[in-house]
Design a protein around this ligand. Structure first.
Ligand code: PBG
Length: 325
């Protein structure tokens, strides 16, 4: 097969034929929109480093859900910013915690919206780490597992359809699975942040969720960016412990792992197009340096091509509009 017998340009002549032979598809049903919920009333506060992304109070959620459903976006992942933080991150598993309140409101007002919750401690601890610290400031793994399990159960009780642990403690999926099963939530799926890397891409999120660590960094629990084989081992562990879906995060700089994990395990695989990826595009577009729509579609297609079934992205609303055109 060679030129001039084969001319690839024949199938690029117009959008009709390009769409007919396009190998990967991007559908609004693939998208999960992150939502940040905080205390107060009438709060709709834009995150400075994430233009177009807001912290919302619970009373704003019904309208937000209506907009998302109207756009065809099927699911959200909820993050909470508590009123007060403490060493034990007790706001994460409080029955009246902010995410728990948001879940009840959304279940009542927008029952068609699929509700996923991020299960982690960092938004709730006074030190901003993803677990409970020992007296040297090191995150204690097995003590934290109990808090995470309690958090997941409290989310399920408040109406979560799926829980997504993002803490990167060893053994968290097993701990959460067993606690959910014991409490009668054996049908609640777990989406594990399996290959979650430490690094610079979460900066704007920590701005949005007020969750930057007060000292040190997350390198003793999140993965080292130099590692790929380890991401497969992490994923194998999570699947072995009962994960129903697995995730790679961040997405853009880790597409090799989306590819490897999808091929190795054949599990539903999500890619998290994280805050730093979003802010880079927004900043460059605001300067007129890139065409936002084009760059966003390029990056989301790269995730689909790599094998992602689902994409968590702050661009979801725009993408839904573009796909509908
Ligand atoms: C909680 C959590 C984080 C993100 C998702 N869940 C922050 C972190 O690990 O520091 C980041 C999401 C984003 O950057 O968009 N641990």
């Amino acid at each position: 097969m060679q030129f001039p017998t084969y001319r690839p340009r024949r199938l690029r002549a117009n959008e009709t034929i390009r769409a007919m032979v396009r190998e990967s598809s991007l559908d609004v049903k693939d998208l999960i929109y992150p939502l940040f919920v905080r205390y107060g009333t009438n709060v709709r506060q834009e995150v400075p480093s994430m233009p177009g992304v807001y912290n919302l109070s619970v009373d704003q959620l019904e309208a937000e859900a209506g907009e998302l459903l109207g756009l065809g976006i099927p699911a959200v992942i909820l993050f909470g910013i508590p009123e007060t933080k403490d060493e034990a991150g007790s706001g994460a598993y409080a029955a009246e915690g902010i995410v728990q309140q948001a879940l009840r409101e959304l279940k009542a007002k927008a029952p068609e919206l699929y509700l996923i919750t991020d299960v982690c401690m960092c938004e709730y601890t006074s030190h901003g780490h993803c677990g409970i610290l020992d007296d040297r400031g090191c995150v204690m793994n097995d003590v934290t597992l109990e808090m995470l399990a309690q958090t997941a159960v409290s989310h399920a009780e408040a109406g979560a359809d799926m829980v997504a642990p993002s803490d990167m403690m060893d053994g968290r999926v097993a701990a959460i699975r067993s606690a959910l099963d014991t409490e009668g939530f054996e049908m609640t799926p777990i989406m594990a942040y399996s290959a979650k890397f430490a690094g610079g891409f979460y900066g704007p999120f920590r701005d949005a969720a007020e969750s930057a660590p007060a000292f040190g960094d997350r390198r003793s629990y999140q993965m080292d960016v130099g590692n790929g084989d380890e991401a497969l081992r992490e994923t194998a562990l999570d699947i072995g412990e009962g994960a129903d879906l697995v995730m790679v995060k961040p997405a853009m700089a880790f597409l090799d792992l989306v590819w490897r994990i999808k091929n190795e395990f054949g599990y539903p695989t999500a890619a998290y197009n994280v805050s730093g990826e979003y802010s880079m595009v927004k900043a460059a577009a605001a300067n007129g340096w890139i065409d936002e729509r084009s760059v966003v579609m390029d990056t989301l297609y790269s995730m689909k091509r790599a094998g992602a079934d689902l994409i968590l992205t702050y661009h979801a609303k725009d993408v839904a509009r573009w796909l509908a055109e």
